[in-house]
Design a binder for this molecule. Structure first.
Ligand code: ADP
Ligand code: 5GP
Length: 189
């Protein structure tokens, strides 16, 4: 019988580099697949529907949520985000290794359903680094950035729940560590 795939959950305070590291990871030789989340947030300039997120209206989101279509969902920064359930479960049953890039509350919910999920937290060594990156990214207003920094503190407070923490100050170092952690867990039965 084929063994189930593994489930990796990556969380981070906004601006820590989760999207950047996830993209590098998905194009690496490790063969991981991304669970594309649904969101009611507006697409950013370079984002594509069904690739970066499945963009839904609030009504569409609530309908799918009430139909039980999400493995987990959360309201983050005033928008809804949810992980499509059947896609993730089917991929794991087919032996695929899946990455979920979700917030801390989503990670808590998934860990209850899949206790074997591996939780990885990406952080920076200071909030000032986060702030600088959010400003340079030019995708969010000052008000939005302040909201994200406030929430960062709450996310960091939940760090103890995670199996691994990776500090992304230097991108190449962080990517090397992330790959090592995942390789190690893929080799383990
Ligand atoms: P997140 O998805 O965690 O919100 P992003 O991946 O969008 O974060 O990264 C936020 C910004 O910081 C982006 O402009 C990205 O290019 C930049 N960035 C990511 N990692 C680093 C790093 N190690 N050093 C400097 N800039 C980085
Ligand atoms: P962003 O809007 O910057 O892409 O993401 C904001 C936050 O929402 C990040 O912490 C991201 O991990 C989280 N997020 C993205 N997709 C999901 C999801 O499907 N579920 C949950 N719970 N959080 C998500």
């Amino acid at each position: 019988m084929m063994r189930d795939g593994k489930l990796f959950i990556i969380s981070a305070p906004s601006g820590a580099g989760k999207t950047t590291l996830e993209k590098m990871l998905l194009s690496s030789e490790l063969g991981l697949i991304k669970s594309v989340s649904t969101t009611t947030r507006a697409p950013r300039a370079a984002e594509e529907n069904h690739k970066d997120y499945i963009f839904l209206t609030k009504d569409e989101f609530v309908k799918q949520r009430d139909e039980g279509k999400f493995l987990e969902w959360a309201e983050v920064f005033g928008n809804f985000y949810g992980t499509p359930k059947s896609k993730v479960i089917n991929a794991i049953k087919k032996g695929k290794n899946v990455v979920l890039s979700i917030d801390v509350r989503g990670a808590e919910q998934v860990k209850k359903i899949f206790p074997e999920a591996i939780l990885i937290f990406i952080n920076t060594s200071s909030l000032n680094i986060l702030k600088g990156r959010l400003k340079r990214r030019l995708t969010d207003s000052d008000e939005e950035i302040n909201k994200r920094l406030e929430v960062a503190n709450n996310e960091i407070a939940k760090l103890g729940m995670y199996d691994y923490t990776i500090i992304n100050d230097d991108l190449a170092t962080a990517f090397g560590e992330l790959k090592n952690v995942i390789k190690k867990r893929l080799e383990k039965e």
